[in-house]
Design a protein around this ligand. Structure first.
Ligand code: C2E
Ligand code: CA
Ligand code: CA
Length: 591
């Protein structure tokens, strides 16, 4: 079937006037030549009586009636005494069963007749007969159709896989939507994306990568109920399926299984078996989006959810995802303004000496109240800031607010040091160290007052690139701590190259070592390691006195956790410090 848009383009390319009337003799379509002929005047719904005097209009009406009865009319039309045009009128049937009339003006000439715009016989009567003209028109029409179709097909195809490309998908989506309008047949859009395709490319080479994409494309084309398969670029594909009107849980499941099986079947390329897996997100029209852009957005949100839930999964769009992506957008926008307006808050959590229980330092933790959604968990907004490339801005804002609030306590000697969390990617910025030192000085503080915590999960690549910044900061006297130690997969050899002062044992180890012997052994090993690296140790997340006792007796000097104090605002910190000063023995007493 030729797409309506293709046909329209063909008719517009013809040097002949073509227009269509319905069974009420109203004009419902005119090609470019026709629109040109009537100087762009309104024509939709008009009849010949709107353009001609009664006598002519009646003559035309007679011809049209004959065509509606199924008999073509082929005639020289006379306007008054002149032959105005050679017209072929053909019967057609519209999709709703209604008969109609297609008129083709075989003559090119036109001029205004009695101030009415219509065509007039041009002087090229050289074409022998009208019969011949009709043949030449037919040939020309076919030719135009083929040329247009070829050009359009090429512009809509992905050359590497032979599937549709983005443009092709757009066209197929519009066609599927029209099909729904006409028949009520729903369709599903699936966005899919291979998991870790980059690794296949890197390890096995681009030729194998391309073969995987081609193999997958061939599989897609065999899927039941497939309307269209498109490659959107890279390893991203889109699939369009026909689905039943009554789409229930079972059918959703079948649809998911169909897609899942295509994505996860192993593939044999160059006698090697390749286990590629993929994730997909599906949205159904019109249930999950009543316009195409919403449908696409929701299929995309479903794909993101599938990936976030551990990949190699197929996820159908649902209200929970709708809520989540709405919430996500609210959070992204809100966080952006909060950073700009510096309307973030800070909580401070004391870190105490394991022997004297005196405060050694406080950790600065970001807090954020969304104007509508209330308090947002740091893990959630920190991740969003990282995804949106806002984390370094956030860290700077937090640092400045923290310096402002802590300056009086530092000046009074009530605390000596505070820790801030620094995003690993920041540390690879060339100017990071000098910028930080400048800001410390700007607040009237010294580098000794500051400890920066870097997460161990930062990639080794990032840590290596960060080394030059860390060296500058370390040489200036800033304390460098490796955070969440025990959760990443530290390359121990490369740790030796980093100027570390402290490692911070992760909360999960502290939590589990009471009940899990292997975790306890790991903890003891880390204590040994710290000795070899000649760094001090902090344990975070201490919640029980048993925790505190065991960890302190293993020789960990710095303790942090709810057992001593929860993170708190500045006013509460001041009160806590006063109480703590009263209870904790002085350092010299403890020694
Ligand atoms: P983190 O750096 O590991 O921070 C310690 C987290 O442990 C804090 O969570 C703190 O409230 C929590 N915690 C402390 N003691 C206990 C305890 O005894 N029991 C339990 N269950 N939890 C305890 P929070 O404040 O939710 O922060 C989560 C993470 O968000 C932080 O983990 C840190 O990675 C990140 N973060 C917070 N503020 C910032 C910031 O300003 N910049 C950056 N880049 N990251 C931040
Ligand atoms: Ca931390
Ligand atoms: Ca931590």
């Amino acid at each position: 079937m030729i797409d309506a848009a293709v046909l329209r383009a063909c008719f517009d390319a013809l040097p002949y006037v073509v227009f269509v009337k319905n069974s009420k003799f109203q004009i419902i379509y005119g090609n470019a030549e026709f629109r040109d002929l009537i100087d762009g005047a309104e024509f939709y719904g008009k009849t010949d009586a709107d353009f001609f005097d009664e006598k002519i209009a009646t003559a035309y009406r007679k011809e049209d009636e004959q065509v509606l009865r199924g008999k073509p009319v082929y005639c020289d039309e006379h306007l008054g005494d002149e032959v105005a045009a050679i017209v072929s009128k053909l019967p057609v049937t519209f999709p709703n069963g209604e008969p109609g009339i297609v008129s083709i003006g075989l003559d090119l000439g036109r001029k205004k007749y009695n101030n009415k715009k219509y065509w007039e016989l041009r002087s090229d009567r050289d074409l022998a007969t009208s019969e011949e003209r009709l043949k030449s028109l037919e040939a020309q029409l076919l030719n135009t159709v083929h040329q247009k179709q070829d050009a359009i097909a090429m512009a809509m195809t992905d050359p590497a896989t032979g599937l549709r490309n983005r443009n092709g998908l757009e066209a197929d989506l519009i066609a599927a939507q029209r099909h729904f309008d006409a028949t009520g047949k729903q369709f599903a859009l699936a966005f899919t994306d291979l998991d870790h395709f980059k690794k296949i490319n890197d390890r096995l080479g681009h030729d194998v990568g391309d073969a995987v994409l081609r193999g997958l494309s061939q599989r897609f084309l065999k899927l039941d109920g497939l309307r269209s398969a498109a490659r959107m670029g890279g390893d991203e594909f889109a699939l369009l399926f026909d689905v039943d009107e009554t789409l229930d849980e079972d059918q959703f499941q079948t649809l998911m299984n169909r897609v899942q099986s295509m994505l996860s079947l192993p593939m044999i390329i160059d006698r090697k078996t390749i286990h590629a897996t993929g994730s997909a997100g599906i949205a159904v029209y019109p249930q999950h989006g009543c316009d195409l852009s919403e449908l696409k957005k929701n299929a995309d949100a479903a794909l993101l959810t599938a990936k976030a839930d551990g990949r190699s999964r197929v996820q159908i769009f649902c209200n929970a995802i709708r809520d989540r992506s709405k919430r996500r957008r609210l959070l992204e926008d809100g966080l952006q303004s909060a950073i700009k307006e510096r309307s973030l808050d800070i909580a401070f959590q004391p870190i105490v000496c394991s022997q004297t229980k005196q405060v050694l330092s406080v950790e600065v933790l970001a807090r954020w109240q969304h104007p509508e959604l209330g308090a947002i968990a740091p893990d959630e907004f920190i991740q969003i800031a990282a995804d949106c490339g806002l984390l370094s801005k956030l860290d700077r804002v937090i640092f400045d607010i923290a310096c402002g609030q802590l300056s009086p306590l530092l000046a009074a000697g009530r605390i000596q040091q505070f820790s801030v969390n620094v995003s690993p990617t920041d540390l690879t910025d060339v100017g990071f160290a000098n910028d930080l030192l400048g800001r410390i000085e700007g607040h009237g503080l010294t580098p000794k007052n500051v400890c920066i915590e870097i997460v161990e999960t930062a990639s080794i690549h990032d840590l290596k690139a960060a080394k030059f910044n860390l060296d500058i900061l370390h040489d200036a006297g800033i304390c460098i701590a490796l955070d969440d130690f025990g959760t990443g997969f530290s390359n121990l050899r490369s740790l030796l190259d980093l100027p570390l002062d402290r490692i911070k044992i992760d909360r999960s180890l502290v939590r589990d070592m009471e009940t899990n012997r292997a975790v306890f052994d790991l903890f003891l090993t880390i204590v040994q390691l710290a000795g070899i690296l000649e760094v001090s140790m902090v344990a975070e997340g201490l919640e029980t006195d048993f925790n505190a006792l065991m960890i302190a007796s293993a020789g960990v000097t710095h303790l942090q956790g709810y057992y001593f104090a929860k993170p708190m605002c500045m006013d509460d910190l001041v009160v806590w410090l006063t109480n703590n000063e009263a209870i904790a023995p002085k350092a010299e007493d403890a020694a």
